[in-house]
Design a protein around this ligand. Structure first.
Ligand code: M6R
Length: 612
């Protein structure tokens, strides 16, 4: 989604803004721009397309200045175009604004401002902010107050950066429901929508909360609430380093992140057991026997890949613990009047910790009195800060839009949470616990094994199936859930029409679509359901489909129905999903790459979806 970076200091701001915007490219965007103040004039350069187009424009029409704001835009109101790109000017070009989020009442404000004589040049909701700040600024030439009054008028979400020709040493920032941090340098300060944008300069920042403002100068930062009262905040130190945001020799971030998974799974298991190995240790989670005894249902809420990790949790908790577990995508949950109360544990899952729908679901759950456990990757993110309990997934920076290592980390977290709840409620024997623990400990090397051995075969399948236009992913139980993730990955980066289906449901309709050009990926790692899924694969095979199967080592009879098979190492039934997903990720990756797609920045998508 959109990115913001801002700089005030002694350097020329332009290289800082461009490097910051480049670091935010992974979030997804369609245009980019900067506004730079120098000698009482703000110069804007903005263009449709990549940050490199902006750099080219800046070479042709250079600007410089010690105060600047930059933006990458992901179009919501108005098509991607030079005009709609941010920053946006006030009519007298004294004020420039960058904005992430959506101004929901922009039409009403626009009508009002037009009636006052303001002229609009773009189709964006953001331009109303520039004119509204200008309107209030004209009252008493106080920039902070003008922004504050503007915030009182706008509905929706925003992260804002504002500069004004009368304030050559000041950057004003504000936030509501769209992340924004104020980075602390020495003799220079920054604003950014995400830490990678400024990590070259600082890892220390104030994290703005909703309806807070910042007045940023090169050697002073003041923070305010929406009423204009000065507030104090703690400085947050990010542990991520610049290296984590680099490809380290891999062709794409996605491939790098796929190969980081053995370590990610290992890190998520490390220190999660007591010294005697008999209990789970979940730091930051106060969900012991007493709290869990008061829970009569669990709700798992998330979006996209994180939702599928949650679905795996649902299957496992219901089976091991025997508590009913509902699950919903957050965009549905938040508007459905969910039947939850203080006896419900709501688990929200999010890599970014900033997904607007998931964050709103969290707030709704809290309003209804439910306890919220967040499984989050981004430390200090909104979801992590607002939840009652947090389990961090320790996957490190995930840059590629397609989530891979975060999913494996989330699934590992679901394994641990399931075991923890089962044990606290006395639903698992010591023998079973030990057996699962031993299987868990083998996962990192088993993931590594797949990564080492499967690539040549997968590249061969990609070569063979590259012409496929329709792909079904089928499975039963946990295999069905993980096939949803496989299908999503293929859609989002290979742009192939693909559908996940419960294998037993195919014959109730979708089998009509099967023809000789259809590819069916059959996930059959659940041994208890193996024969059933195998029969379903026979049914599609009989109708001409090509079958690519993912099965556990030893289940060779799958070769009777599959054209090609990828075997995963043997493991406990609970844990197969994590392993089965690795070949799915590689398949989607090589398919997308060989089709010539932009693997890390797939079209129309954003890494962190901070609007509804
Ligand atoms: O940051 P989150 O985990 O909350 O993001 C949720 C989804 O937007 C995300 O998983 C999305 O589906 C990915 N692009 C999938 O690869």
């Amino acid at each position: 989604m959109c990115g913001i970076v801002g700089y005030i200091g002694d350097k020329n701001s332009v290289p800082v803004l461009i490097s910051g915007l480049s670091s935010l490219e992974y979030r997804g965007y369609d245009s980019a721009g900067v506004a730079v103040l120098n000698d009482g004039t703000i110069n804007i350069r903005k263009t449709k397309g990549k940050v490199e187009n902006l750099s080219a424009l800046l070479l042709e029409h250079p600007v410089s200045g010690k105060l600047g704001i930059g933006h990458t835009r992901w179009a919501t109101h108005g098509a991607p175009s030079d005009t709609n790109a941010h920053p946006h000017f006030s009519n007298d070009e004294k004020i420039a604004v960058v904005h992430n989020g959506i101004i929901e009442n922009y039409q009403e404000l626009k009508d009002e401002l037009e009636a006052e004589g303001f002229k609009f040049s773009s189709e964006t909701d953001t331009e109303t902010v520039a004119h509204l700040v200008d309107f209030y600024y004209k009252e008493n030439n106080d920039l902070l107050e003008a922004v504050r009054k503007t915030l009182e008028r706008i509905e929706g979400s925003y992260a804002l950066g504002v500069i004004c020709t009368d304030y050559p040493d000041t950057l004003v920032a504000a936030r509501k429901e769209s992340p924004l941090i104020v980075g602390l340098g020495e003799g220079e300060n920054f604003i950014a929508s995400d830490i990678p944008a400024i990590l070259n300069y600082t890892n220390k920042a104030y994290i703005l909360d909703d309806r807070e403002l910042a007045l940023v100068k090169k050697d002073e930062i003041k923070l305010y609430d929406i009423n204009g009262n000065e507030i104090q905040k703690e400085v947050f130190t990010y542990n991520w380093n610049v290296e984590a945001a680099q490809k380290s020799g891999y062709e794409h971030f996605m491939l790098k992140e796929i190969y980081e998974q053995p370590k990610v799974v290992k890190d998520n298991l490390a220190k999660r057991f007591t010294d005697d190995g008999k209990h789970i240790v979940l730091d930051g989670i106060a969900l012991g026997k007493k709290e869990l005894k008061g829970i009569n249902q669990i709700y798992i809420v998330a979006c996209g890949t994180a939702y599928y990790a949650g679905l795996i949790g649902k299957y496992l908790i219901e089976r091991l613990v025997g508590i009913p577990v509902n699950s919903d995508v957050a965009s549905e949950f938040r508007y459905k009047e969910p039947l939850i109360d203080e006896h419900t544990l709501v688990i929200v899952i999010s890599q970014s910790g900033e997904t607007a729908d998931t964050h709103s679901a969290l707030k709704l759950a809290k309003e209804k009195g439910s306890r919220v456990l967040a499984v989050v990757n981004a430390v200090g993110s909104s979801i992590a800060r607002d939840a009652d309990d947090v389990l961090y997934t320790l996957a490190g920076f995930e840059i590629s839009v397609a989530s891979t290592k975060a999913f494996s980390a989330q699934v590992t977290a679901m394994y641990l949470i399931t075991l923890h709840i089962a044990q606290e409620l006395g639903k698992i024997s010591e023998k079973d616990f030990t057996e699962i623990k031993q299987a868990l400990e083998k996962l990192p090397s088993q993931v590594n094994d797949i990564l080492t051995k499967a690539v040549p075969a997968i590249r061969g399948f990609v070569n063979k199936y590259i012409g496929s236009k329709n792909v079904f992913y089928i499975g039963r139980g946990l295999d069905y859930v993980v096939s949803m993730e496989g299908s999503l990955k293929l859609k989002e980066i290979a742009y192939l029409h693909s559908e996940p289906y419960a294998a037993g449901e195919l014959k109730h309709g979708p089998i009509a679509l099967i023809e000789s050009s259809t590819l069916v990926v059959g996930v059959c790692t659940q041994e208890a359901l193996f024969d059933k899924t195998k029969s379903n694969l026979e049914e599609v095979k009989a109708r001409g489909a090509k079958v690519l199967a993912i099965a556990m080592q030893g289940n060779k009879s799958i070769e009777e129905v599959a054209d090609d098979v990828i075997y995963i190492p043997r493991t406990h039934w609970m844990l197969t999903s994590l392993l089965a997903n690795i070949p799915q990720q590689l398949f989607a990756y090589y398919m997308a790459k060989d089709l010539g797609n932009d693997v890390d920045k797939p079209r129309n998508l954003a890494k962190s979806v901070t609007v509804e």
